[in-house]
Design a protein around this ligand. Structure first.
Ligand code: ANZ
Ligand code: ZN
Length: 802
């Protein structure tokens, strides 16, 4: 019979499912591992082979761990709320609920066809009321602890998606989803106080086994900034403007202040401002600057006339500007401008003809030329700074802060997490507004607040969610006073759904809790988490935040959710990243029909280093296809008897070691090559022993599960057959057998061969010299002569010249 994946793959998938072979067992004793993929958003387009790469990795690891006797948690679920389904629904008129269901069915079929061994008994959907009641519960829990608040805030508004975007969803001023230019709006919004966890989120990165690039991205995103707050008096008033600066050493070079357009001084001292009209006009025009890229922006501003600030270092009176390059939301919302040493201030000063005073010169050794058309932003030696002149920047930072009575201060770039969305397809925010009682959280026994099935879910320009048009949803009795009240109509950012989902896998049908502590403790934290590097900051930061919060509530025992993180490399095809929009995708359905799932899986592993972008090669696929055919063909050579073949035995044991270690280290490509070498060697033999063939099948089984299970069933003993290759033990290797072979080292004295000796091939020059000089035959030749030179040719010879 020829190798025909179409005839075997479906059969085994069905049997594995029936047997519950890959189901995690609660309360089982012994070693455990939780091995998770980032749960996907079920898009209408389905998965292409690029999406399956990371899933292949976790599946191989899970299957190997099962064979090693681990109790493995390897579940799958669906990040099923969100904008794409809603946008697609608006285009096609199909309700997002219906569409999502259909997409999930398709995804699940694709994953099953690929032979992935998920524990489907733990499948979760974030759009399921059984699930999102716990998302709502989480909101209330955070609310109860004072970590949720509502405030009018400048927000990123995407005019095309008609919704608010998180800062993280704005890329270079454009909507991450649709690339429309993002506008600013001022709306009442809900926030989670992630900033309260900034220092912990930063510090605990050190204990994670994560790719260093991802840690760096998180560090930069959290953006710890050490500096000072310094107070500037305002002339003719007792008002003070507090600025945050990372460079108090430059205080003598401060020639003006800039406050953000939302700074309260404008209201507080408006009677003293002479050009109030002009200022108000500017405020209207400037809008709200909330994106973090303050550098690229054109710096505009207006001088406030009638007010002057006093530089506390030298008592000089300096002008105050309102400028939108100063953000309300960072530091104190006001800055001291030092145009000689800050490029932003430099550009602003040039434009407004303000004095530029140099107060830092590069220290010797750092003698880069200061250019006249640029600020010198480095540190150095102070000049023009009265008694501080000649001092070092770092020392002056401390001393000048003290001199003017300032305070040392740390700020973080991290902003609070804006979680409300004016859209339909998301988790309703469980809050009620009552005229009498104000904001009333929905009592937890009333959860879930169900998302009503409405037909008209088109977002409106009214800055409100479509739920606001649904009277049945909107109108409720106040839980406190029983009077008429209204529900919050915003829904939550989908990153709230995904911030805690991994916990639910441990206890997916719990009606009383989000998951029981006992089950969480059995399985978590997640030992291995695999997904795309695009989640470096949002999802991974939010999930860490929520874990720390739940830990503080003593609901979970760990404060970091993902111990080890791995990012799979992207797949390229025809020179570009594989993607539907580029039209260069390979559909796994057609691929599997043609070559089978095993070829796809092994090719995914073999195509290149697992963490690097790799080009899909149709030629490479054929190579793998041939390889599996060879494996299939080997069974005709199998003899159930002892066959004396020490060469092959040795290779088998070397391969066990290599494949095992490579899988642990995500070196799947070299694991596959090792198996290819072994198969080629076996193919050269006229017969191979059953035991060696079984080892091959076991090593290959996590990668190509169907073909190995089928061959196992054909060659194994009856008792083994009834079970499964995945119930077999991962083979051990014999360390004696894999010792490196010895080579013969030739020993010469003055170019003449005097001796030969068997040595380890890795022997060093020093060791070889010592060994050679200890040999009696060599000693005899050298006697008391002085050794002049040693020539060493690794793995060949050593020549002693006297
Ligand atoms: C004076 C100064 C002199 C500054 C100098 C820099 C260089 P990071 O690293 O981002 O924390 N700044 C402070 N608050 C700001 C706000 N709300 N909007 C815009 N800019 C703000 O940078 C801190 C520096 O950014 C501060 O130090 C301040 O400018 C500015 F030679 O103060 B500096
Ligand atoms: Zn009330």
């Amino acid at each position: 019979m020829e190798y025909s994946p179409q005839q075997i793959e479906k059969k085994w998938q069905r049997r594995w499912q029936e047997k519950g072979l890959f189901e995690a067992k609660d309360k089982a004793p012994g070693k455990k591992i939780s091995c998770l993929d980032m749960f996907p958003y079920p898009s209408a387009e389905g998965l292409h082979v690029g999406h399956l790469r990371g899933y292949t990795f976790t599946d191989v690891i899970s299957k190997k761990k099962i064979m090693e006797g681990f109790n493995v948690l390897h579940p799958m679920g669906w990040d099923a709320f969100g904008l794409p389904a809603e946008n697609y629904a608006l285009k096609t008129g199909i309700h997002p609920a219906k569409l999502t269901k259909k997409s999930i069915r398709n995804f699940k079929k694709q994953l099953t066809d690929a032979g992935f061994g998920y524990d489907w008994s733990r499948e979760i959907y974030s759009c399921d009321p059984e699930y999102y009641q716990w998302t709502q519960w989480l909101f209330l829990k955070l609310y109860e602890q004072g970590l949720v608040y509502r405030k009018k805030a400048p927000v990123n508004w995407c005019p095309s998606c008609k919704t608010v975007l998180a800062n993280e969803q704005v890329v270079e001023g454009k909507c991450e989803r649709c690339s429309s230019l993002v506008k600013n709006r001022y709306l009442k919004q809900w926030f989670f106080k992630i900033t309260q966890y900034a220092s912990r989120l930063l510090k605990d990165l050190d204990k994670l086994d994560w790719p260093p690039e991802i840690k760096t991205m998180q560090r930069n995103w959290i953006g710890r900034s050490e500096g000072s707050e310094i107070q500037f008096g305002v002339s003719n008033s007792d008002y003070q403007i507090n600025v945050f600066t990372t460079r108090p050493d430059t205080l003598f070079g401060c020639t003006y202040l800039v406050i953000s357009p939302q700074h309260e001084i404008i209201e507080d001292l408006k009677s003293k401002i002479k050009n109030l009209k002009e200022i108000k006009g500017y405020l209207k025009k400037s809008g709200f600057q909330i994106e973090r890229e303050r550098i690229s922006k054109e710096k505009t501003g207006v001088k406030i006339s009638g007010l002057r600030a006093i530089n506390p270092a030298n008592q000089e009176k300096i002008p105050i500007f309102v400028g939108d390059y100063v953000l309300k939301e960072y530091g104190t919302g006001a800055i001291m401008a030092v145009p000689a040493h800050d490029q932003r201030d430099f550009e602003f000063a040039r434009k407004h003809n303000l004095p530029i005073i140099r107060v830092i010169k590069p220290s010797r050794g750092n003698n880069r030329k200061i250019k006249n058309d640029k600020a010198y932003e480095g540190e150095g030696i102070l000049i023009n700074s009265q008694k501080f002149s000649g001092m070092d920047s770092s020392k002056a930072k401390e001393e000048i802060t003290e001199f003017v009575g300032g305070q040392k201060k740390v700020y973080y770039q991290l902003r609070d997490w804006l979680i409300s969305r004016q859209r339909y397809w998301g988790t309703p925010i469980p809050v009620i507004y009552c005229d009498k009682c104000g904001v009333v959280p929905v009592p937890s026994q009333d959860l879930p607040v169900k998302l009503p099935m409405i037909e008209d879910f088109k977002p409106s320009e009214a800055k409100k969610s479509p739920l606001a048009n649904n009277e049945d949803f909107l109108k409720v009795k106040c839980p406190k006073c029983g009077g008429p009240a209204e529900r919050e109509t915003d829904t939550m950012d989908t990153f709230v759904d995904s911030s805690w989902y991994y916990l639910r896998y441990t206890d997916p049908s719990n009606q009383k809790e989000f998951a029981s502590k006992e089950k969480i403790n059995q399985w978590l934290p997640v030992d291995l988490y695999v997904g795309g590097a695009e989640h470096a900051v949002m999802h991974l930061l939010y999930a860490r935040f929520i874990a720390k919060f739940l830990h503080g509530q003593e609901l979970i025992d760990f404060d970091e959710p993902f111990v080890k993180l791995f990012n799979q490399g992207l797949i390229y095809y025809q020179g570009a990243k594989m993607s539907k929009s580029r039209g260069n995708v390979i559909n796994p359905n057609q691929f599997i029909e043609k070559y089978g799932a095993d070829t796809m899986r092994v090719y995914q592993l073999f195509m290149g280093p697992s963490d690097q972008a790799t080009e899909w090669s149709d030629q490479g696929v054929i190579g793998v296809w041939r390889f599996l055919n060879k494996v299939w063909g080997l069974k005709t050579k199998v003899k159930n008897e002892k066959i004396k073949d020490p060469q092959l035995d040795k290779l088998v044991h070397q391969t066990i070691k290599k494949v095992g270690e490579d899988i642990e280290e995500f070196r799947f490509n070299t694991a596959v090559s090792a198996l290819m070498i072994l198969v080629n060697e076996m193919n050269k033999c006229s017969s191979i022993s059953l035991s060696n063939f079984k080892v091959l099948l076991k090593l290959l089984a996590p990668m190509a599960p169907h073909v190995c299970e089928e061959l196992w069933c054909q060659v194994a003993d009856d008792s083994e057959k009834i079970s499964s290759i995945f119930s077999e033990e991962w083979p051990p290797y014999n360390p004696q057998l894999i010792k490196p072979e010895q080579i013969t080292l030739v020993i010469q004295v003055n170019g003449k061969i005097r001796d030969k000796v068997k040595v380890d091939p890795q022997i060093s020059k020093g060791e070889a010299q010592k060994l050679a000089l200890s040999r009696p035959k060599v000693k005899k030749r050298i006697q008391s002569k002085k050794v002049k030179k040693i020539v060493f040719v690794p793995q060949k010879l050593i020549n002693i010249v006297t």
